[in-house]
Design a protein around this ligand. Structure first.
Ligand code: ADP
Length: 163
């Protein structure tokens, strides 16, 4: 049986921290589906379509990685995709509390799906999509923290918003 994992998130936008988790998870799974959550309660800068397109561009060189968006319950989506694993990244203690709650709820909904946690690499431990958006909005430099297509799109977005 093929080992398939879902890497879900808001990805608004995808950062080098997300990418680091993805690269490391690739050594564990044969296929990874990056799934943009259309029902995320977070307010977003990029549309779901823009986020999916950006991720596709960033991961186009990675065989075995697919990108799409999903609605509804994550465990149900995973089941539809034939995935028995979900990948999540862990940064600070604050992530832990939320992830712990999410884990228990998902386990309650579907105990057959295992959630795998990868610890952030130290260089990305402070990195989040929110801080990237905040710094970019104020015209700060974020190169090296987001992949080049994201950097380009952020510049476009904020120049457009300033007009
Ligand atoms: P969500 O709204 O589902 O938390 P995010 O796009 O914020 O979506 O994050 C998706 C996943 O990636 C989460 O598990 C998050 O903890 C993880 N993640 C985000 N940034 C980093 C980072 N810098 N290092 C490691 N994991 C990260």
């Amino acid at each position: 049986m093929k080992k398939i994992a879902i890497y879900p998130g808001t990805f608004d936008p995808i950062t080098c921290g997300h990418l680091d988790i993805l690269k490391r998870a690739r050594t564990l799974f044969e296929k990874i589906i990056i799934a943009v959550n259309e029902d995320s309660p977070k307010e977003s800068l990029f549309t779901v379509q823009e986020r999916v397109e950006l991720i596709k561009e960033v991961v186009k060189e990675y065989p075995g990685v697919e990108v799409e968006s999903f609605r509804g319950l994550l465990v149900r989506y995973a089941e539809r995709k034939g995935a028995h694993f979900i990948i999540r990244g862990l940064r600070a203690i604050s992530d832990f509390e939320y992830e712990f709650q999410l884990n228990l709820m998902n386990r309650n909904l579907n105990p057959r799906i295992e959630i795998i946690y990868l610890m952030t690499s130290p260089e990305y431990s402070f990195l989040s999509s929110s801080i990237i958006k905040e710094v970019s909005r104020l015209q700060g430099e974020v190169s090296g923290l987001v992949p080049p297509p994201v950097l380009k799109k952020l510049k476009e977005k904020f120049n457009h918003l300033r007009r």
